[in-house]
Design a protein around this ligand. Sequence first.
Ligand code: PLP
Length: 410
Amino acid sequence: MLSTISSSKEAMQLEDQYGAHNYHPLPVVLNRGEGVFLWDVEGKKYFDFLSAYSAVNQGHCHPRIIDALKKQAETLTLTSRAFYSDKLGVAEKYLCDFFGYDKSILMNSGAEANETAIKLARRWGYTKKNIPANEAIIVVAKENFHGRTTTIISASTDPVAKDGFGPYMPGFQIIDYDNLEALEEALKNPNVCGFLVEPIQGEAGVYVPTEGYVKGAQELCTKYNVIFMCDEVQTGVARTGQMLCADHSGIKPDMIILGKAISGGVMPVSAVLTNDEIMLGIKPGEHGSTYGGNPLACAVMMEALEVVKDENLMDHAEAMGKIFRDRMEALCDKHDKMKLVRGKGLLNAVVINDTPDSHTAWNICVAMKENGLLAKPTHGNIIRFAPPLVITEEQVHECCDIIDKTLSEF
Ligand code: PLP
């Protein structure tokens, strides 16, 4: 018989003893979720202000997504890509129609989708841009976060993600974020096949680039015949108040990378969407994943995206985000510990008035937990606030009151 745990303390002790220590979780053990709420094993209820790093945009255990999961799980879960399934083509068409692209490829994690994007860009560089073999370069931005694979960390500037895991993959040029001059300089190199960038740098601390950056980047990529690759794993699926963050700039990237919320936090699904020319560079046997595009993932993903559309989560995220930032700006004036708030839609961060290596942000998160709200620091003195997009206006105010009360305790 499988054993169960009897207390939070026991669950934390088990993870500590038998699990890898690759995360430093807040001391809370959760066993139930519904909408914007999570409950711990002792029954205490919390507002979730992380949404599993923006995966649970539709709210925890959304009944429609769970129904789709159950129905498909009772029918067929996995065929592998050795055979066709009755769901994959339907899901690929759905994705292409939904986001306006020719072709899609389904994978599992965000990192895998970025790996896929890198391969697609390199292959296009060799076959269509005539870049000499093994010379292709992908330009990336400082402070990026695209995942944890050895190739992707080779493009990272974060020593915590990178140090001690070398040797690193060549073929990346790292430039300043939000700097079109640096981008243009880099793109002049004829060996550049792609520019991989987040339209808002989420993990780095919700850095919103200046107005015009994303549009300017797309234009420069077009000018220099380079693929503009937008990593929307965290910013996509209504999180920032538009279906894609790139929509705020009125542009369509040559390639988008999606993950997290395309399955509403129900199972790992990720995708890359692009045009025929780029996608058809990869031939049978050259790329894949056993679980990529499995029928269960397809059914869950389509329902998760239908929910976003039907519940108009884009406009709702935009409206709730404005209320949240207004309230946080007022708190910045009130509390010394709060320096500034920034973000778009419901992807926001508050910068704590302390050094990045201080424990203040962590301590505030622990205190907010005691007051019924779960959030997590990112990079020292920054706290990300990203609730499920189904949060109501009343709940936004209730949560702002919790943040206010917590800061008053400091
Ligand atoms: N890309 C971005 C922009 C992300 O924010 C993340 C995760 O936070 C990833 C990629 C990696 O996704 P995953 O953790 O599913 O591999």
